[in-house]
Design a protein. Structure first.
Ligand code: UGA
Length: 434
């Protein structure tokens, strides 16, 4: 099929490459000329395992092209809208400027019977609002949320654990058949597919992210209780996780969640709920947010306490800047936030990360960055691990002990073995661990 993908960020670039890899003819459209140029060469403009290979294969096959010109969408049967919906600058709600701009720019290029498919995460009610604009052109609109995780984006796009189609209007059956054809390989392997209305599809996405955020903040709340009682939250998570109704995944206590999705999605959800008069239904999301932000401060406090309250001029090495491993994304990253807070307290902060230094440097040029992990650790008076990259999880406490000036480790991801580190003379602090 001929497809267009409007917006070539994490979501759109991966979607475009994945769709080309299963045989569709795809044009990716983005307003950012530098990004389009990079993608056209088959170079991923951000770090995502497997994406570079998929892009190059697509571009070489001739089935994957990129342009800044919206006219390139003409002739495609399906148009995916995959632009960002960041948090508004002036509030907690989602900024829909890019969605509205993309759809309005697309309208003149729509043919009758075309299908516009929203993939962006939007407040409930967005598809219904856009429907008349699209239908005026003889086309139709569906909402098909995306559940990919950064770091696993290619796999999650090609092998989703479910497909959700929100449809409306007279052409619903035909639109469902069109989407089934787009996703034919996933359909052939029996991927569950839920066909529903617009509002449900939009809410599936935000409620999934709200649930995940709540699960993380729940275990981080238990970490706070564990800290007050001498209990061990990692053992608690293992024990409750054996109950299949609870499950062990997403129960890792630590410095909390960040990234371009969970934090802004729970805020946008709460803001939208207020708008529709149901603020109290998701009021708990404010606490989920607060618990999450408190954990960042807890990591900072552990470092400050290790210096008896005076971190001024003391060398602190921050291991990790990305919001999670296997990503170079520093949007709302707890790791970067911890580094900035420590710097603000006068500490001599040195940051390292395998992939995210470039992005962090653009956001916070005031921090010091060292790419090589061993070099960064030289002379450290405290080390704080805030992104659990494999290379940090496998650090040798004896070797690191030779590099640092003082053996203090704050494990903000509870990913190190406290016994192994203490045996090498380290003062080890986890979160919610004795
Ligand atoms: C999240 C969702 O997991 C995806 O399903 C969704 O499609 C995506 O947002 C989106 O809306 O686009 P992502 O932002 O890539 O994906 O990251 P996650 O893997 O969900 O991790 C989010 C944060 O939670 C990270 O900072 C991670 O370190 C933290 N986390 C995760 C914990 O602190 N504890 C855990 O147990 C798990």
């Amino acid at each position: 099929m001929k497809l267009s993908v409007i917006g070539c960020g994490y979501l759109g670039a991966v979607h475009a490459a994945a769709m080309a890899s299963i045989g569709h003819e795809v044009i990716g459209i983005d307003v950012d000329a530098a990004k389009v140029e990079s993608l056209s060469r088959g170079d991923a403009p951000f770090f995502e395992p497997g994406l570079g290979d998929l892009l190059r294969a697509g571009v070489d096959s001739g089935r994957l092209r990129f342009t800044t010109d919206m006219a390139g969408a003409a002739g495609s049967a399906v148009h995916f809208v995959a632009v960002g919906t960041p948090q508004r600058r002036d509030g907690a709600g989602a900024d829909l400027t890019f969605v509205d701009a993309a759809v309005n720019a697309l309208l003149p290029h729509l043919g009758p019977d075309d299908l516009v498919v929203g993939k962006s995460t939007v407040p409930v009610g967005t598809a219904q609002r856009l429907q008349p604009l699209v239908e005026e052109r003889g086309a139709s609109i569906a909402w098909n949320p995306e559940f990919l995780r950064e770091g696993f984006a290619v796999k999650d796009t090609l092998e989703p654990d479910r497909l959700v189609y929100g449809v409306g209007g007279q052409t619903s059956d035909r639109d469902v058949a069109t989407l089934d054809e787009v996703y034919a390989p996933a359909m052939a392997t029996g991927t569950p597919r839920i066909v529903t209305d617009y509002a449900t599809a939009e809410l599936v996405k935000v409620s999934a992210n709200a649930f995940l955020a709540t699960k993380i903040s729940f275990i981080n709340a238990m970490a706070e209780i564990a800290e007050a009682t001498g209990a061990d939250v990692t053992m608690l998570a293992d024990a409750i996780g054996h109950d299949a109704r609870i499950g062990r995944r997403f129960l890792n206590a630590g410095v909390g969640f960040g990234g371009g999705c969970l934090p802004k999605d729970i805020r946008a959800f709460a803001a939208r709920a207020e708008e529709i008069g149901r603020g109290e239904s998701v009021q708990f999301l404010k606490q989920v947010d607060e618990i999450n932000l408190r954990r960042r401060q807890r990591v900072v406090d552990l470092i400050v306490d290790s210096f008896d309250g005076s971190p001024n001029g003391r060398r602190v090495v921050v291991l990790g800047l990305a919001f999670k491993p296997d990503s170079d994304d520093t949007r709302d990253s707890p790791a970067l936030d911890v580094a900035v807070r420590l710097h603000g307290l006068g500490a001599d902060v040195v940051c390292t990360d395998p992939e995210a230094i470039g992005n962090a440097q653009r956001q916070h040029p005031q921090l010091s960055y060292v790419a090589d992990v061993e070099e960064s650790l030289q002379g450290a008076e405290a080390v704080v691990l805030v992104t659990e990259w494999s290379v940090y999880r496998h650090l040798d406490p004896a070797r690191v002990g030779e590099l640092v000036a003082r053996r203090v480790m704050v494990d903000g991801r509870n990913c190190l073995d406290p016994v192994a580190w203490r045996d090498e003379g380290w003062t080890y602090f986890g979160l919610g661990r004795p």
